[in-house]
Write a protein that binds this ligand. Structure first.
Ligand SMILES: C[S@@+](CC[C@H](N)C(=O)[O-])C[C@H]1O[C@@H](n2cnc3c(N)ncnc32)[C@H](O)[C@@H]1O
Length: 238
């Protein structure tokens, strides 16, 4: 198949096919029960973003009903040792959205991990201590600037890791980080190599993706590294 759309189906390469349609319709049409290993998704957050067609200002209960319906379908297609990563944020004047969503999904999934997607961080040299690679104060990444005195700049979002059992075994070192103190390598039973678990704070700088046709940025893209890390963490071989 070429790269041209056939009824909204795009074959990117031998292994990747993109279906451009409503997620519920698509899952019901194409996916068998229990055949999916990993779902990574970032739904609209219902915070009034200007999408082309989608209305991002729905009454809260309608929005939660819809998210729950999608989650139930995800549960159907996911296998018993699968992972469902849900990236979601709120807005300073409505910070409950991610928690309301997580609460709705609680009756369908176990919340196995809560990951914080950190878009920007400031680290002062004096707080770090004697780390040779950090020479001075640093402030890295991009953030959504918020004016006024009530709210802080919005520098993070959530990635909720839902599973069916809470027992899914992850490949933590696939996205691990090297030890700063190399004397840890070999000292602990678990430290056989120069890598430790990254933990649940992921610094991934934000990118702005331009919509080439409309010459404006897509209002809410996530960096490719985010789904990549989720997929690797789940483990490619299971
Ligand atoms: C928060 S954005 C996520 C963008 C994604 N993080 C990315 O980087 O590509 C939400 C997206 O969901 C899309 N969307 C809204 N309703 C949908 C539906 N029923 N099925 C599939 N996608 C939908 C919106 O058009 C928007 O592009």
């Amino acid at each position: 198949m070429s790269n041209m759309p056939v009824k909204n189906v795009y074959r990117i390469c031998e292994k990747v096919v993109v279906y451009l349609e409503d997620c519920l319709t698509g899952m019901r049409k194409y996916l068998k029960t229990g055949e999916v290993d990993v779902v990574v998704t970032s739904p609209p957050y219902n915070i009034g973003i200007q999408y082309n067609k989608y209305d991002d200002n729905r009454p809260r209960e309608d929005y939660l009903d819809w998210i729950e319906e999608v989650a139930i379908e995800i549960k159907r297609v996911l296998n018993d040792s699968g992972s469902f990563f849900l990236n979601i944020g709120g807005k300073p004047s409505d910070p409950w959205i991610p928690f309301d969503v997580a609460q709705r999904l609680r009756k369908h999934f176990v919340l196995q991990n809560v990951i914080h997607w950190i878009k920007s961080i400031a680290i002062e040299k004096k707080a770090v201590g004697n780390y040779p690679v950090i020479q001075g104060d640093i402030a890295v990444g991009h953030y959504k600037p918020i004016g006024g005195k009530r709210f802080l700049h919005d520098n993070h979002e959530y990635i909720f890791h839902f599973t069916k059992t809470g027992q899914v075994q992850l490949d933590r070192l696939s996205i691990g980080v090297p030890y700063q103190d190399k004397s840890n390598v070999g000292r602990w039973k678990s430290a056989k190599q120069d890598k430790r678990c990254r933990g649940n704070t992921w610094f991934i700088p934000y990118e702005t993706i331009w919509d080439r046709e409309k010459q404006r940025p897509h209002p809410s893209t996530f960096p490719v590294a985010l789904p990549e890390m989720c997929i690797k963490l789940h483990g490619l071989e299971k």
